[in-house]
Design a protein around this ligand. Structure first.
Ligand code: FAD
Length: 508
């Protein structure tokens, strides 16, 4: 630790984790002058050749954590969950989209009900605009019929379609769908100046992607009252004997066990790791774990039903580099015929031969490259509705992820609809592949917010009902997954919670 990083023994606030939730709440709190220490398990991601090398990323798993979680049958798997400054957002596709207004209301799905949020879309709307400004989102309003009301326009125009993608947009419009530019946190010129690659799944080292480190954390660290400690993994929270107040945060750094005693603890270690930390911190007064009177910590794990859908047309020449500039929501609020909602469709980062090779190991890369020269790649995303039996739990040192998918029939219908659309648009061959638990990238719901302490660990400002000096602001708080990318909603709520903490002087 250098002297700048020496925390006081009792800072006002400790934030655990520097991902979207942790960094954004730090940005929201920084101006208040309270002393904030951010404890981050990982280190800064270096600027290195592997950041732009698809073989390193997809074939060799260069950045994957050296960690296993276990499924319900006890089978280990290596999860794509990243531990570094900025968290998973260093690798994300930077689609920074709002939940639709209808996502805040109860929604009947083909299989299950997505419950209403404890507040309506309009409550979060002002912080969505603030989050879009903080993450410098590029976008265009008015193209997507499902887009909710925005009180402020985007500060930057949408990232432009490359020529084949502009042609594809026209082909899709001609068959009746409504392509809309994706809201993206990418300065495309800066990104491409560092290498002609897509940004989705490619780590960012201050190369043009607006992730938690390059935007929110940078804004927070511009204030002298905010300090970041890297390679500082929190292991346990300790409470007063009555179990109500968090007194001590235990963490490990450089092989040493250390403690810090803040007035307020803001947990944001990611939906799986935050639940694990609360469960591991069980004590006599909180035998089921911290904040777990409702027995909901770790439960309601959701992760979206996701598939890659690849269309092939021998006459279509796709020489795009990044590809990921539009999506469509024609099947978002209904299946297109008044039936239950199916989900969102968006372009993926360009899939090339080296990327496909990680799945098709026996096919030569040159053959895959020739195939990919005529393909276009979409991501199909459907809502996974909350179920208590879908859960994260611990078994000694092991993390068990019992993900019980829901609403799978809706996802199958969505994939079938995309295939119909693409065939109509002139792609005779359309292939799809579903993502499994090794890709927990949209994990959420494990420490949900609500209005009733019997059914939710957190109140509507993400404060633990059981512990007035504990907040949880990562994806764990989300009561529903909707069927859009989660990061902007996590950021908006983190800014809302920050304003609440400041307005109520909760860190004093
Ligand atoms: C490849 C990929 C693509 C994605 N694309 C998109 C997209 O386009 N749009 C979108 O909205 N979302 C996307 N996501 C999801 C998005 O990145 C996550 O929803 C978001 O980062 C979650 O933020 P978080 O704050 O909940 O947690 P995280 O970002 O996971 O941050 C948690 C932080 O806590 C740290 N931590 C963990 N345990 C401890 C501990 N014990 N002590 C201290 N620190 C700890 C971690 O190192 C990490 O920095 C993508 C994710 C991936 C992996």
């Amino acid at each position: 630790m250098n002297s700048k990083l020496q925390p006081g023994p009792t800072p006002d606030i400790v934030i655990i984790g520097s991902g979207i939730g942790g960094s954004t709440i730090a940005a929201g709190l920084a101006g208040s002058g309270v002393e904030i220490v951010i404890l981050e398990a990982g280190d800064h991601l270096a600027d290195r050749p592997e950041n732009r090398d698809p073989r390193a990323i997809f074939q060799k798993g260069f950045f994957r954590p050296k960690e296993n979680w276990y499924d319900e049958a006890g089978k280990p798997f290596n999860p794509g969950n990243y531990y570094n400054v900025g968290g998973n957002s260093k690798f994300y596709g930077a689609v920074l989209t709002r939940y639709r207004a209808e996502d805040f209301e109860e929604m009947q799905h083909l299989e299950g009900v997505s419950p209403a949020w404890p507040f309506a879309y309009e409550e979060l709307e002002p912080w969505y605009s603030k989050a879009e400004a903080l993450f410098q989102v590029r976008g265009t309003l008015g193209e997507d019929p499902t887009e909710p009301h925005h009180s402020a326009p985007y500060d930057f125009p949408a990232v432009p379609d490359e020529a084949p993608i502009a042609a594809l947009r026209k082909r899709l419009k001609a068959v009746g769908v409504h392509p809309a530019s994706l809201p993206l946190g990418v300065d495309i010129d800066t990104w491409l100046a560092h290498g002609k690659t897509p940004w989705d799944a490619h780590p960012n080292s201050f190369n043009g992607k607006m992730d938690a480190e390059t935007t929110a954390l940078a804004a927070a660290l511009a204030h002298e009252n905010v300090r970041l400690e890297t390679k500082a993994r929190v292991t346990r929270l300790e409470t007063t004997p009555d179990g109500k107040t968090i007194t001590t945060v235990h963490y490990e750094e450089d092989g040493s066990s250390l403690v810090i005693r803040p007035k307020l603890v803001i947990l944001s270690a990611g939906a799986v790791q935050s639940a694990v930390l609360l469960l591991r911190s069980a004590n006599d007064a909180n035998p089921a774990g911290i904040a777990n009177r409702s027995d909901q910590v770790g439960r309601n794990f959701m992760n979206h039903n996701l598939s890659a859908v690849i269309g092939f047309d021998p006459r279509f020449k796709n020489d795009s580099v990044y590809q990921k500039t539009f999506g469509f929501n024609d099947f978002y609020l209904s299946d297109g015929n008044g039936g239950a909602p199916l989900g969102n469709v968006q372009l993926l980062g360009r899939i090339s031969g080296p990327v496909l090779k990680s799945d098709l190991k026996l096919v030569p890369e040159w053959a895959l490259d020739r195939f990919c020269a005529h393909t276009v790649d979409f991501l199909a995303m459907s809502e996974d509705v909350p179920k208590p039996e879908s859960r994260v739990r611990i078994d000694g040192d092991k993390i068990i992820l019992e993900w019980i998918r829901s609403n799978w029939p809706a996802h199958q219908k969505l994939v079938a609809q995309i295939k119909t659309v693409l065939r109509a648009a002139g792609f005779p061959l359309v292939l799809s592949k579903a993502f499994d638990r090794k890709t927990p990238s949209h994990q959420c719901g494990t420490i949900r917010m609500g209005t009733d302490p019997a059914t939710a660990p957190l109140d509507v400002y993400c404060r633990a009902f059981d512990h007035p000096n504990l907040f949880v602001v990562d994806a764990a708080f989300l009561p529903t997954s909707a069927a859009v990318n989660p990061a902007l909603t996590i950021a908006a709520q983190a800014l809302r919670v920050a304003d609440h903490i400041v307005s109520k002087d909760l860190a004093q």
